[in-house]
Design a protein around this ligand. Structure first.
Ligand SMILES: Cc1cc2nc3c(=O)[nH]c(=O)nc-3n(C[C@H](O)[C@H](O)[C@H](O)COP(=O)(O)OP(=O)(O)OC[C@H]3O[C@@H](n4cnc5c(N)ncnc54)[C@H](O)[C@@H]3O)c2cc1C
Length: 445
């Protein structure tokens, strides 16, 4: 057993952040902003990279790739040390985080942000968990193109709170099938009261209309089981399907020393403090917050980071977690932005960004970081329109540069537009391929 030693003088507040996902990254950025001189941070994460899973839905369509962040570089750029191990247990009595190799890391504050496990619920379906399932989805698209799939069903299993990715896959698949001239019978089954009802009536109505226009039939109900030829619903109805695409259910991680609620998730207060443990916080999918979503994980991480900064003696008044739900729905055409404050019926939706930077995971700090926003302004809500003009300008600049034969510059403009717009319009995604080919074929200068 060994202890992690940081090189620093004084008596800083020792913080251990366990996890390498949305909540952990947001917490590191927040602590760096709020308390960098008062804390010494260890990032305990077994992975080498953070993978931005929300963009995985665009990968099979060739519209975008899930961006990755090197955790070692990220940690050192934000005053932390990355230890590439998993948190194995919490020793509350001694105030130590025990790693998978038995190493003991003392903490004054520990933030547990280790996410939840994605569990397949419908054996036989294509369960979409993110980048590892992109190739299988791309093969499904190939089969659709080849005419081998006639009836496609998308199924939200019971107990899934963040259903948006399945709507994105359904809408983008419908757009692709239509572009290919393939007739596809598509149904989406969900136990929600209405599609994306958590966003409120307006976004839900907009989505319902989009699904209708795309020819996707919606069945509100729960899926019981699947057999070779289709799906059995709780109502007893049977839906025939050549292929079924499903979301996984999230199961809580099992970590000795961490209390669990009746449903297995970690009980925390509105500052992220874990019930019954001193100096231990939790944020993200592993907590008992009902909506397991990146923006929620980031907001929880902010609340916990503020509480930790306050404990470390920084001049911060910790603000409690007051969730605002923000989501971007990829459709195969213009994305739809959706937003809802607590109790804020009817919710809001727009084709224009409603917050900035307008990333898919709306985190106070993480959005700027992932957008490479040099102004590094924290996420803020915006009035409609301004940023849309910036996207159009970037696309126009790309076209202009390409028309003069400067494909390298055109591609740089596309990167700018992609950061602003989240995904490029399909027309520009196709242009990018052409310009990349042209650049590769060009003689070296
Ligand atoms: C296909 C898909 C699309 C999505 N789309 C959106 C979207 O559009 N918008 C949105 O806001 N959210 C979206 N989400 C949800 C979002 O990705 C999650 O809610 C978010 O990542 C949760 O953050 P987290 O930090 O709690 O967990 P994660 O991001 O899952 O991170 C958990 C981290 O902990 C690490 N870890 C695990 N065990 C240990 C351990 N014992 N010790 C140390 N580290 C450990 C893991 O390696 C991982 O790095 C989507 C998810 C999927 C799968």
């Amino acid at each position: 057993m060994s202890t992690v030693i940081h090189e620093s003088g004084g008596d800083p507040h020792e913080v251990v952040v366990a996890g390498g996902g949305v909540a952990a990254l947001e917490a590191l950025l927040a602590l760096h902003d709020l308390a960098r001189r008062r804390v010494r941070v260890t990032l305990l994460a077994p992975a080498e990279k953070y993978v931005h899973r929300p963009m995985a839905v665009a990968e099979p369509f060739g519209l975008a790739e899930a961006r990755t962040v090197d955790l070692h570089q990220f940690a050192s750029a934000h005053g932390a040390v990355h230890v590439r191990e998993a948190l194995a247990r919490i020793d509350d009595a001694t105030g130590e985080a025990v790693t998978s190799s038995g190493r003991r890391i003392p903490y004054d504050s520990l933030l547990v942000a280790i996410g939840a496990r994605a569990v397949e619920v419908l054996p036989g379906a294509l369960t979409f968990r993110g980048p590892p399932d992109s190739p299988a989805y791309a093969r499904l698209l190939d089969d659709i193109e080849a005419g081998a799939v006639g009836r496609l069903v998308f199924a939200v299993p019971p107990g899934v709170s963040w259903t948006l990715p399945l709507y994105e896959l359904a809408l983008m698949t419908a757009a692709r099938a239509s572009a290919l001239g393939r007739k596809l019978d598509m149904t989406l089954v969900t136990p929600e009261p209405a599609p994306l009802a958590i966003f409120g009536r307006r976004p839900s109505d907009t989505l319902t209309a989009l699904l209708r226009e795309s020819g996707i039939t919606v069945r509100l109900g729960s899926v019981e089981t699947m057999d070779g030829g289709g799906l059995l619903l709780g109502s007893g109805e049977w839906i025939a399907a050549d292929r079924v695409v499903a979301l996984p259910r999230l199961a809580p991680p099992e970590l000795p020393g961490l209390p669990r609620s009746a449903r297995g998730f970690v009980p925390v207060d509105e500052h992220g403090a874990v019930d019954g443990l001193d100096g231990v916080y939790a944020a993200g999918d592993l907590t008992w917050h009902p909506v397991k979503q990146g923006g929620m994980a980031a907001q929880q991480a902010d609340a916990a980071a503020q509480a930790i900064a306050g404990r470390a003696g920084a001049d911060v008044v910790p603000r409690p977690f007051r969730p605002v739900l923000r989501g971007v729905l990829l459709t195969g055409g213009a994305p739809r932005y959706m937003r809802r404050e607590r109790g804020g019926e009817p919710g809001e939706t727009s084709v224009n960004p409603m917050w900035w930077p307008s990333g898919k995971v709306a985190g106070r700090y993480l959005s700027s970081y992932l957008a490479d926003d040099e102004s590094a302004r924290p996420l803020h809500d915006v009035s409609e329109g301004g940023e849309l003009a910036a996207i159009e300008l970037a696309l126009e600049a790309a076209d202009a540069d390409a028309s003069w034969g400067d494909t390298a510059s055109a591609l740089r403009w596309l990167e700018v537009a992609e950061r602003l717009a989240i995904v490029l319009p399909a027309e520009y995604a196709a242009k990018r391929d052409v310009w990349l080919d042209a650049l590769a074929a060009a003689p070296a200068a």
